[in-house]
Ligand binder design. Structure first.
Ligand code: NDP
Length: 518
């Protein structure tokens, strides 16, 4: 197998225009339905433990359908997991980088073989439709293949130092220690895989605490790592009450780093807690925190308006706007404001809302709490701006909200400033492209953005001035590909760690120089 980084290719998604593929996914959904309501264990040092207290994972498209019951780690179990990870680190750090990478390559192969099963779990547990779930499996496979190759390159690069007479100099990247891995529910497979395998391939051991809303898909990933023979204790799987075990692990003296993706509030809390030195601690903890966004699409009067309309709608409403990269704002110059809004509203009217199992373009939001938050924001929006479509809920069987658009929003209004994380788009008018970019930059976040124009010098201006980690010109602001679009944001969008890049692995390593004289 050729495993150099330049041989990496993004995993192709399934072609659902082919009937056989649709049937294969439907069969996988039917098969997973036979497993609904199963109980799942936590895993510490390779031991599977069923606990009395369980998280109930529910299908957001069908509130009465339990996907599974996940055991929960308490303080005691969290402490045991830290001990298991600390012990496993002593042997795992000595495993050769290529060998560590091979576990990832084998896991990628298993994921290819089980891709429809994994999609089925996400369709039922997270409310994804076919395309969203399938693309997420591809992204998870990409992380495995790309980080495996990146580790091999990182090891090779360690040889490249300038040599001087009478000395041999070498820089190697060694692991940090025990990492606390905290993914969100919205990419419950891809981000969970990315955060975990970047840490282990660099030689660290981990405590993986999945999001409480999506623990079953995280379990399936851990099961795959077990199936490919990953040594016990390298991934300790500990779902649990985040405010209890989360703080215990972040504050623990043996925790060396925290890899977090989630909201701004939780990210800042973890960062603050990790900065305090605990009794017996010997290092400054590293925190990689990728957080929220208030991403936007800017359109000028020279843009291809049909293309811009398609991108605005897809960036705002794919996966119900529950992406950190979701284009929840559009800023349009006045010359084409009414015309473009007309196109955006027409496209939005075509979006049917329903269960991801039946492959509707827009599905449910994740749970009751999210539903209430979004409904509240819609009420705020009705006071702040003009509602042109949506603003109401869909079937009560699940947490359905119809795609909602507000226009004439003041750039400083709450719907233009705060992350809603649902199918709500706010649109503001600007007099020209420069003012539009100013409005775009007027947020505390800085994750993704898009600029639509056909004028080269304006594109140059946008590239220079739009302050975000991922800027896309004349395309969606969602849909970053591993290795192609390294991902991470500025300001309160996080530490800009750029997942899906070669540099990313250095965040989980420390560089050691050794010089041998003579
Ligand atoms: P949350 O911040 O609520 O939760 C994220 C994770 O943190 C969950 O696993 C959660 O566990 C855990 N957590 C909560 N409190 C603590 C704590 N005190 N200590 C340790 N862990 C804790 O975010 P969501 O899951 O709701 O995800 C949505 C957010 O994620 C949005 O803001 C979105 O923009 C952002 N996001 C950012 C991305 C990026 O790359 N920048 C990518 C994807 C999402 P539990 O579920 O048990 O509460």
């Amino acid at each position: 197998m050729i495993t150099t980084i330049d041989t990496f290719k993004n995993e192709p998604n399934t072609d659902f225009s082919k009937r056989d593929n649709v049937e294969a996914l439907k069969s996988a959904i039917a098969a997973f339905k036979q497993e609904l309501g199963l109980q799942y264990p936590i895993i510490i040092g390779g031991k599977k433990i069923m606990t009395d207290r369980k998280i109930t994972s529910v299908n957001p498209a069908k509130k009465t359908e339990v996907v599974g019951y996940m055991s929960m780690a308490d303080d005691q179990k969290a402490s045991e997991a830290i001990a298991a990870a600390t012990e496993a680190f002593e042997s795992w750090k000595k495993v050769a980088p290529r060998e560590r990478a091979n576990y990832l390559f084998r896991a990628a192969q298993v994921m290819r073989e089980r891709r429809h099963e994994l999609s089925a779990v996400m369709i039922l547990e997270a409310g994804k439709n076919y395309e969203e779930a399938d693309a997420e499996v591809s992204e998870a496979i990409d992380f495995l293949e790309y980080y495996g190759r990146s580790m091999i390159k990182l090891e090779e690069d360690s040889h490249h130092l300038i040599q001087i007479p009478d000395e041999k100099n070498r820089l190697t990247y060694i692991p940090l220690g025990v990492g606390f891995i905290v993914p969100p529910w919205n990419f419950p497979l891809a981000i969970c895989v990315g955060l975990t395998v970047s840490a282990i391939v660099t030689g660290n051991t981990t405590l993986l605490k999945p999001a409480s809303l999506t623990p079953i898909i995280a379990y399936k990933f851990v099961e795959i790592m077990e199936a490919v023979g990953l040594p016990e204790g390298v991934i300790n799987f500990i779902p649990g009450n985040s405010s209890v075990i989360g703080d215990l692990i972040t504050g623990h003296p043996l925790t060396r780093f925290i890899s977090f993706t989630g909201s701004k509030e939780v990210g800042l809390h973890i960062n603050e807690l990790a900065a305090k030195t605990a009794e017996g601690q010997k290092w400054i903890k590293r925190v990689n925190a990728e957080m929220g966004g208030k991403d936007g699409i800017v359109v000028d009067e020279t843009a291809d308006l049909d293309a811009a309309a398609k991108s605005i709608v897809s960036s705002a409403f794919s996966f119900q706007g529950q992406k950190c990269s979701a284009g929840s704002r559009a800023i349009i110059v006045e010359d084409v404001y009414d015309e473009l809004i007309g196109k955006v509203v027409e496209l939005t009217k075509q979006l049917e809302v329903g269960n991801g199992e039946d492959d509707f373009p827009v599905g449910p939001v994740i749970d009751e709490k999210a539903y209430q938050t979004i409904v509240n924001y819609i009420e705020i929006g009705k006071k702040e701006a003009k509602l042109v479509i949506g603003g109401d809920s869909g079937s009560e069987e699940g947490y359905f909200i119809n795609p909602t658009i507000f226009i004439d929003a003041d750039p400083n209004s709450r719907i233009m400033q705060e992350e809603i994380f649902g199918p709500v788009l706010a649109i503001s008018k600007a007099k020209d492209y420069e003012e539009a970019i100013e409005i775009y930059n007027n947020t505390d976040y800085g994750l993704t953005g898009a600029f639509f124009s056909s004028v080269p010098h304006r594109i140059d201006y946008a590239v220079e001035t739009m302050h975000c980690g991922n800027l896309y010109v004349n395309r969606n602001c969602t849909g970053a590909l591993v290795g192609v679009h390294p991902f991470g944001g500025f300001n309160f969008s996080g530490t800009d760690s750029k997942s899906g890049s070669y540099d990313y692995l250095k965040l989980f390593s420390q560089a050691k120089l050794h010089t041998i004289k003579g």
